[in-house]
Design a protein around this ligand. Sequence first.
Ligand code: 9MG
Length: 294
Amino acid sequence: MDAPWVERPQHTLTLPSGRTLSADGRPLVMGILNVTPDSFSDGGRFLGLPDAVEHGRAMCADGADIIDVGGESTRPGSDAVPADEELRRVMPVIKELTAETTVPISIDTQKAEVAAAALDAGAQVINDVSALRADPAMAPLAARTGVPLVLMHMLGEPKTMQADPTYDDVVGEVTAWLRERVAFAVEAGVRDGQIVVDPGFGFGKRIGHNLELLRRLDALHALGHMVMAGTSRKAMLGRILGAPEAERLHGSLATVACAAMAGCHIMRVHDVRPALEVVKVCEAVRRGMAYGRA
Ligand code: 9MG
């Protein structure tokens, strides 16, 4: 019997620069650059501008396909940050990185004002964890600019999402929810082919919900879009391994391999180089003899 590899459907995103991004050769690796004092995993390590830029540079050197810059923590229980503070955090980093690298920058924000400023400064992708629910100006902005747009599933909002997440059928409900958000985006004028869907690991889910979503990630291909997975260092790994955030690298890489087998297109990770090695090896195994005879 063949191993349970899922074919990765072919999709192409077009960046404002005219470059295209596809995962036809291997899954893409998106490096996480949190410019926040209390993000999921970095605990404020990258708050200072020089450190943040240096970390971004290092991820580019490690082979990141995209860098996702965020200035507002989405950690469970976290409070929203005013737009001016978010701009103060992310803009200098985006300006520096876009000036010195060709690696596309994604702006991780729920606010149209922040996304617009980031795009003006050269960012090329919007990653909106609210899937266009937080700010009514975000959908028109995404439509007008035509940039690739990540729509992520979240039950509620970061402040309350882990209070009592309940589903009858987590995969079916997340898929249906994302289908509705895609329809909303397209209705607002966002180009269908520019949309990426993401099940939102850790966003209003218990450990079993997260594991079931990862086990059946391929179900999201029915939506007809690129699929992104962000499992890196998240709490579900802490629960399985009994390990603090700093010791979840190997667990994170296991989830990257699982997502690669499920045909996932984009892996959102803290540890770019190890993740890139995992997706390259997974891809070689997927191809088997087609990879080469030498
Ligand atoms: C900002 N952010 C934190 N976790 C994330 C995830 O899993 N997916 C996406 N798209 N963004 C995330």
